[in-house]
Design a protein around this ligand. Structure first.
Ligand code: ADP
Ligand code: MG
Length: 212
């Protein structure tokens, strides 16, 4: 199974609703370690994504859907995470330029390009207690899963992101406000990694419901 741009657009609208619904949880995670604004920032970003995706006119490409998502986040959220999530979707989308559908190979290309671009943009690496602690393991798992059916590959990537979120509890932050906490941040998961998990888990659940 591979998804058309229209199917990807519908799945991203579900992702937006899932992130908006998770605002209290994301806000709490950022209150534990940061300034507490991650949930509201992501909520604002996803409201903008919904508007822009609804305004897309057919026919549109996979790259356009993903780039529109990134642009909407970048321009509406502000702050570190607006630039980082915007970069994630825009760079991931660019990597799929010319691809008509999203399958397991494209998922791996999307996540790998997204992770590389976020690392370049923000200067963090896995282990620094950022969203990369979910995004990088998800990209690695997707690369290993390229020959699996799409839903299986997406489920495997989501599970890797969730394991990374759990592992982030044992990391000492090297970026953002959490950096000043030192060992006091042990035991708390990273808020941005939590957003990555919600995005991938929602995509995996939605992909499981698409007609083959
Ligand atoms: P801000 O840090 O501006 O308050 P948010 O609270 O919305 O922005 O987002 C915080 C999240 O951004 C963190 O939990 C972390 O996952 C992510 N983050 C912050 N700095 C970086 C970075 N340099 N690289 C990757 N992710 C980062
Ligand atoms: Mg914050």
């Amino acid at each position: 199974m591979a998804l058309s741009p229209e199917q990807v657009c519908r799945m991203l609208l579900s992702v937006a609703d899932a992130i908006i619904a998770a605002e209290p949880q994301l806000s709490q995670a950022d209150r534990d370690l940061g300034d507490g604004d991650h949930g509201l920032g992501m909520q604002r970003g996803m409201e903008a994504v919904k508007l822009k995706l609804h305004a897309l006119t057919q026919p549109y490409s996979l790259e356009q859907v993903l780039n529109t998502t990134g642009m909407a986040m970048m321009s509406s959220m502000g702050g570190a995470s607006g630039a980082l999530f915007g970069t994630l979707f825009r760079a991931g989308g660019k990597a799929l330029s010319g691809h008509a559908t999203l399958g397991s190979a494209e998922l791996a290309q999307f996540l790998s390009a997204a992770a590389a671009a976020v690392m370049q943009r923000g200067g963090a690496k896995p282990g620094d207690k950022t969203l990369l602690d979910s995004l990088v393991p998800a990209a690695e798992k997707a690369l290993e899963s390229q020959t699996l059916p799409f839903t299986e590959a997406l489920n495997a990537a989501a599970a890797a992101a969730e394991a990374g979120l759990e592992a982030s509890k044992q990391m000492i932050a090297q970026f953002g406000r959490a950096k000043t906490l030192g060992p006091a941040c042990l035991g708390f998961p990273d808020a941005g990694a939590m957003s990555i998990c919600i995005i991938l888990r929602t995509l995996a659940n939605q992909a499981g419901q698409q007609p083959a």
